[in-house]
Design a protein around this ligand. Structure first.
Ligand code: SF4
Ligand code: FES
Length: 249
C-alpha cells in the first residue's frame, strides 16, 4: 500500500468556555510509515492552505519520552497499539478508507483548553505536594556506593518510567489518578534516599490528588491496560499500604 485516504472525526473546541463538537475531515496521501501525529501534521497543512484554523494537539519529543501527546483514538487513550504512546503509533495499523475518531482526554480534572489540548497542571500540583527529599545523594559515583538489592532497584526503575501523560486518568471510569500518583510514590518509597519523608509525602500527594477532583480507584485496571510504559497496578497497592502506614504512625 503506497498511500492511504482516511476519514477523521475530530473534537473541535474554540476554548475552555465554548462548547465543542465532532468535525469530519478527509486526509489524503497518508503514508503507512507516518506516525499518527505526522498524519495530523498533513491535515493541518491542508487546513492552513485553505485558511482554516489548524487542529491544536499537544506533543513535544515524539519519541514516547515526554508524556505530552494525549489523544483518545477510537475510544482508547493513545490508540490501539499496546504499550505505545500515540506519537509512536504508526499509520500502518490503520486501513485505507478507515474512519478514525480523535478526542482529547476526558476528565473533570483535565479541562479542555482547545481542540485536543487539555490542562494537565493538576499532575504538577500532585508532584509539588510531595516536596523534596532531604538526603544529599551526591554525584553518580556516591549514589552507586549505596547498596540496593537489584530487584528493588528494578522495581523503582519501572515506576520511574511513568511519563506523566495522563492516559491512566482518561481510561479510568472514575477518572482516578491513582496509577500516576502511585508510580511517583513507589519510585521514592522503594529507595533508601526516599525514606526520610515517605510518610508525609504519601499523605500530601494523596490529599492533593483528591483535592484536584480525580475519582477513587475501584480496581478496574483500565489504567494499566492503556499505560504506554506498562506501569503495574501493583504500585497502587503499595501506595495504599504506604498511606495506611502514614496514617497510623
Ligand atoms: S502511569 Fe502510565 S498512563 Fe499514567 S501518567 Fe504514567 S505513563 Fe501515563
Ligand atoms: S510527544 Fe513526547 S511522549 Fe509523545
Amino acid at each position: 500500500m503506497e498511500h492511504m485516504t482516511l476519514h477523521l472525526r475530530i473534537w473541535r473546541q474554540k476554548d475552555a468556555n465554548s462548547p465543542g463538537k465532532m468535525v469530519s475531515y478527509t486526509v489524503e496521501n497518508v503514508s503507512p510509515h507516518m506516525s499518527f501525529l505526522e498524519m495530523l501534521d498533513v491535515l493541518n497543512e491542508d487546513l492552513i492552505k485553505k485558511g482554516e484554523d489548524p487542529i491544536e494537539f499537544d506533543n513535544d519529543c515524539r519519541e514516547g519520552i515526554c508524556g505530552m501527546c494525549s489523544l483518545v483514538v477510537n475510544g482508547i487513550p493513545h490508540g490501539p497499539q499496546h504499550a505505545t504512546a500515540v506519537c509512536q503509533l504508526h499509520m500502518r495499523h490503520f486501513k485505507d478508507g478507515e474512519t478514525i475518531t480523535i478526542e482529547p482526554w476526558r476528565a473533570k480534572a483535565f479541562p479542555v483548553l482547545k481542540d485536543l489540548v487539555v490542562d494537565r497542571s493538576a499532575f504538577d500540583r500532585i508532584i509539588a505536594a510531595g516536596g523534596y527529599i532531604s538526603v544529599n545523594t551526591g554525584g553518580a559515583p556516591d549514589a552507586n556506593t549505596i547498596p540496593i538489592p537489584k530487584e528493588v532497584a528494578d522495581e523503582a526503575m519501572d515506576a520511574a518510567a511513568c511519563i506523566g501523560c495522563g492516559a491512566c486518568v482518561a481510561a479510568c471510569p472514575n477518572a482516578s489518578a491513582s496509577l500516576f500518583t502511585a508510580a511517583k510514590i513507589s519510585q521514592l518509597a522503594l529507595l533508601p534516599q526516599g525514606h526520610p519523608e515517605r510518610r508525609q509525602r504519601v499523605r500530601r500527594m494523596v490529599e492533593q490528588m483528591d483535592n484536584e477532583g480525580f475519582g477513587d480507584c475501584s480496581n478496574h485496571a483500565e489504567c494499566e491496560a492503556v499505560c504506554p510504559k506498562e506501569i503495574s497496578i501493583a504500585h497502587i497497592a503499595r501506595m495504599r499500604r504506604e498511606y495506611l502506614r502514614a496514617l497510623l504512625s
